[in-house]
Design a protein around this ligand. Structure first.
Ligand code: 5AD
Ligand code: SF4
Ligand code: FES
Length: 362
């Protein structure tokens, strides 16, 4: 009932039961949630959307997450690592176009050569941008020493999705070995915080075996962990992965999308001043997915700067958009989408999470 949703939304803090009720509401009822989350966004983070140019640096991965297209066990893709010149060119593009910030993402690797390459690239990026281009890393679980070296070389934000906050579900979605350990992932997040990064995490939504109470717990996990940034999106099946066999158990795409929008909206209401990404996976299900995410609370978008010749080899999931669009096309496309959502782009601004600044000052 509408009045019930309204009265929950009036509460100062939501209990798990409240979140379960809100996440279970129908399309009509969910409008109330979206109105509220939009108001919170306008009041707390304003209309500015920040660009993070995404560089998909390498698809080598030593892990085997059961949902992911570039898992080590999938031999279908040609493995690549972008040469330094190409990374620097992409970084320069971002800098020249006033993106102010980039994300370097890749499969997880812990070898010396990789760790050194990232450190070298970070120093070069600092040099060519005179320290003006901010770098976020999304390179998986690493030792404290590695996180420290990269931090010292100029990276100040790190994205490490918990993927699912329920340890039992985590075990179902990952191989049962020491490389895929829920506790180790939590420890990595704690380590990142200790080193001083702004921390981003996130989950996939609509996975097989995942329940609405699991998603409510994910939101509570973000709140308890006091994260600075979040990136969440729908799970999308990939036929070369073990999880594909459970595709018949998935929610229909439309429902998975609505659930993802509700997660974004509720997170905005719960954690008013963090940065929330309108993720590419949202657009994979709905052509206007990213605009819709902006309308309900997201304030960060990641235009793809990976050279197009690599993109078909970085398919974490199927039907990923922008396979043939060069950086320039994605940039104009997203400019139009952001305008459609009634927002504006914070060109030349780092767009640090306000939450992080407040956390530091308190
Ligand atoms: N569907 C949606 N998201 C996925 N990711 C990996 N595989 C999939 C998939 N099949 C997400 C994970 C990972 C991020 C880089 O991509 O959450 O952390
Ligand atoms: Fe590797 Fe990340 Fe994919 Fe897991 S989700 S297989 S760590 S790229
Ligand atoms: Fe790449 Fe629209 S964002 S083409």
């Amino acid at each position: 009932m509408d009045t019930e949703i309204k009265s929950i939304l009036k509460k100062e803090t939501f209990s798990k039961e409240d979140l379960v009720r809100l996440l279970s509401c129908n399309e009509e009822e969910s409008r109330k949630i979206f109105e509220r989350s939009k108001a919170v966004k306008d009041e707390q983070v304003g209309k500015k959307v920040y660009f993070r140019g995404l560089i998909e640096y390498s698809n080598y991965c030593s892990k085997n997450c059961l949902y992911c297209g570039i898992r080590a066990g999938n031999s279908r893709y040609i493995r690549y690592q972008m040469p330094d010149e190409e990374v620097l060119e992409a970084a320069k593009y971002a800098f020249d176009h006033k993106f102010a910030s980039i994300v370097i993402q890749s499969g997880e690797r812990n070898d010396r050569k990789f760790i050194n390459s990232i450190e070298r690239l970070l120093r070069e990026i600092q040099r060519i941008s005179e320290g003006m281009l901010h770098v976020t890393l999304s390179l998986g679980e690493q030792t404290e020493e590695t996180y420290q070296r990269w931090f010292a070389a100029g990276a100040h934000r790190y994205l490490l999705r918990i993927e699912v906050s329920n340890p039992e579900l985590y075990r179902k979605l990952h191989p049962n070995d020491k490389h895929h350990d829920y506790n180790k992932r939590i420890e990595a997040l704690i380590r990142l915080r200790k080193v001083g990064y702004q921390i981003g995490t996130g989950v996939m939504i609509g996975l097989p075996f995942q329940t609405i109470p699991d998603l409510a717990d994910d939101l509570i996990f973000f709140r308890d962990f006091d994260i600075d940034m979040a990136g969440m999106g729908p799970y999308i099946e990939h036929k070369d992965t073990p999880l594909y066999q459970f595709r018949k158990e998935l929610l229909p795409l439309r429902e998975r999308f609505l659930l993802s929008l509700k997660m974004v909206a509720l997170l905005r209401i719960i954690m008013k001043d963090i940065n929330i990404a309108a993720t590419t996976a949202m657009q994979t299900i709905d052509p206007q997915g990213r605009e819709k995410a902006l309308l309900v609370g997201a304030n960060v978008i990641m235009p793809n700067l990976t050279p197009v010749n690599y993109r078909q080899n970085y398919l974490l999931y199927e039907n990923k958009p922008c396979l043939d669009e060069e950086a320039e096309e994605c940039k104009s496309c997203l400019e139009a989408r952001i305008a459609l959502a009634g927002d504006e782009i914070g060109y030349g601004e780092w767009g640090d999470s306000r939450h992080f600044k407040r956390r530091q000052n308190s």
